[in-house]
Design a protein around this ligand. Structure first.
Ligand SMILES: Cc1ncc(COP(=O)(O)O)c(C=O)c1O
Length: 273
């Protein structure tokens, strides 16, 4: 495995980040997960734009898109695989042990791991913890992800692959690493970004390509929706066949199946939509 760190490719054994890196000590960092199909990235421009938005939200210097593109290309070339999870991590860099940031400048790491195509449908649980739709990090893709680690572990304990959060006012928000859509009377709805969810890239493409509406939805809409599906970089569009103890009829239902088809077609036509 070859990894990009500090301006060049390194072997896994020699790719070392300081133990004082602010990403490690306080979670002061951002990231992107990009799908790579046979060494080619999907929607990289959108991922880089979100990386910059996340950097600005944290007060980190703008990442150099040319360098990140070069790093992605180099890592993919050095590690050929059919389906890759390309991970861009950008942190506050070497810093003090407290929350103040150091002066050394950011750390950029690009790595890739092989992954398998997800099943067409999955089961999810809801969790009692909330997303904060008014937090300083809301809508940013930061490395402060431990709440997601806890919630995803709960999902796995229940035989599910994702945990869905409501926000502080009881509205449906998102999953630990995915956005959520519901079908009501034949129409597709997804929570607005103001619910506190990450503005997912797959979410935006699906909304654009299917005409899904952004709607404030109560968390318990999951108990009556005709269909439920998830979107994310590595799930694409994935039907949900169980939410807690409820099984929406026949997943993927017809509306979800159509959204899956449209996504596959459009994504196949253009690798950087
Ligand atoms: C919290 C969260 N919500 C939603 C998503 C889905 O976003 P995307 O479609 O850009 O992968 C992710 C991405 O992994 C995420 O971490």
């Amino acid at each position: 495995m070859r990894i990009w760190l500090d301006g060049g490719l390194r072997d896994l054994d020699s790719a070392r980040v300081s133990v004082f890196d602010h990403g490690l000590t306080v979670g002061d960092g951002i990231f992107e997960t990009v799908k790579a199909l046979d060494g080619r990235t999907f929607a990289l421009t959108r991922h880089l734009d979100r990386l910059t938005r996340s950097a600005r939200g944290l007060g980190l210097p703008d990442p150099d898109h040319d360098e990140v593109r070069e790093a992605c290309a180099a890592v993919l070339e050095a590690n050929p695989m059919p389906l890759g999870r390309l991970r861009i991590t950008y942190t506050g860099g070497h810093g003090p042990l407290g929350s103040d940031r150091g002066e050394h400048g950011p750390t950029l790491v690009v790595a890739v791991g092989e992954t398998a195509r997800r099943p067409d449908s999955t089961s999810v649980i809801t969790v009692p913890w909330t997303r904060n739709e008014r937090g300083a990090l809301t809508g940013l893709k930061t490395t402060s992800y431990a709440e997601n680690v806890v919630a995803l572990a709960r999902a796995h304990q229940h035989g599910a692959s994702e945990a869905l959060f409501g926000n502080t006012v009881g509205q449906l928000c998102e999953g630990t690493g995915s956005n959520v859509f519901v079908v009501l009377d034949g129409e597709i709805h997804t929570p607005p970004v103001a619910s506190g969810c990450l503005p997912g890239i797959t979410r935006a493409l699906v909304a654009e390509w299917t005409g899904a509406k952004e709607t404030d939805l109560p968390l318990d809409v999951l108990q009556r929706a005709d269909e439920v599906f998830l979107t994310s970089t590595l799930r694409d569009v994935q039907a949900v066949h169980r939410v807690d103890d409820r099984e929406p009829a026949g997943a993927p239902g017809p509306v979800t199946a159509k959204a899956m088809r449209i996504f596959d077609e459009r994504a196949g036509d253009d690798l950087d939509p």
